[in-house]
Write a protein that binds this ligand. Structure first.
Ligand code: FE2
Length: 293
């Protein structure tokens, strides 16, 4: 059983919250974000999608033979706003079978720095207090993602640890998973393994590393023991709930086969006092360093 905390009037991380976070690897804060703010971000995303030109990007998304172009589009997304599609949104000829707003998997990865609405939402005082309260002395916002988990075609996300993708030495990755719509077992809510952040043979390290190599990436496995998936528990999150978890917390989500979408916004925060390796996939140009709150 993972405890839930009423965070409608959150101001600091309490000793009880800290204890739950340390023990389970995840902290569930209900009502941390007012529903109206969630709605505003969703409608802002509607506006962004309305000005997106599908044809301009079609060659990147539509064909397996374009894998290199997809890599390039992904690898250079750390300082800009890029649109990524659901695999099941295309037919075998590579044509989109859904309208854009029902075909996107996610948008990422720097809206928090280049879009004023996302900037404001990401740097609201409650999130700053949460990052500092959970131990980051110099929190820097590294990555943002708007995740759609579309009705019927929202893809499964296999069990993973975020520190595989956002590495610092020592590990400092902290993820905020914010429900912009109600996330339930039916529409593909997050699942996680309580205590799973303490498993593994490499203390303080994720089971694998996602490494940038030139214009591609490779995965390096450090620990081949499988995740304790039988212990995985659902983390349903009503609109406005924030799930806060460290980079070693194993989590996943099932496909969404329901008729309801499950929009979420995620932020990954690191401590500026740590080392950020230059073979992390996400790299910023020198004139655009990670910023704090
Ligand atoms: Fe994740």
């Amino acid at each position: 059983m993972i405890p839930r905390f009423d965070a409608t009037s959150f101001s600091v991380v309490t000793a009880e919250m800290q204890q739950a976070f340390n023990r389970d690897g995840v902290l569930v804060l209900d009502g941390l974000i007012p529903e109206a703010k969630c709605d505003e971000l969703c409608s802002h995303m509607d506006d962004m999608m309305a000005s997106f030109d599908v044809d301009e990007h079609a060659s990147v998304f539509s064909s397996a033979s374009q894998a290199h172009a997809q890599d390039e589009y992904f690898l250079s997304s750390g300082h800009t706003t890029r649109f990524f599609f659901e695999e099941e949104a295309f037919d075998e000829d590579g044509a989109l079978t859904k309208p854009l707003e029902k075909a996107l998997n996610k948008v990422g990865h720097a809206m928090h720095d280049i879009d004023p609405e996302f900037d404001r939402f990401s740097r609201q005082p409650a999130l700053a207090a949460l990052a500092r309260g959970l131990g980051l002395t110099d929190p820097k916002l590294a990555q943002s993602m708007y995740i759609f988990k579309q009705p019927e075609i929202g893809g499964e996300v296999l069990c993973h640890q975020d520190a595989t993708y956002i590495r610092t030495n020592p590990n400092s990755c902290l993820g905020f998973w914010i429900a912009l719509e109600d996330a339930t077992e039916e529409n593909g809510c997050l699942w996680g393994i309580p205590g799973g952040h303490l498993d593994g043979t490499n203390s303080g390290m994720p089971k694998s590393l996602f490494i940038r190599e030139g214009v591609g990436t490779r995965e390096e496995v450090l620990d081949e023991t499988p995740y304790r998936e039988k212990d995985c528990l659902p983390l349903p999150a009503p609109k406005g709930t924030v799930l806060a978890f460290g980079g070693l917390f194993p989590h996943m989500s099932r496909a969404n086969r329901s008729a309801k979408s499950r929009h979420a916004y995620t932020l990954h925060i690191i401590d500026g006092a740590t080392n950020y390796p230059d073979d992390n996939w996400l790299q910023r140009p020198e004139d655009m360093p990670f910023r704090g709150f």
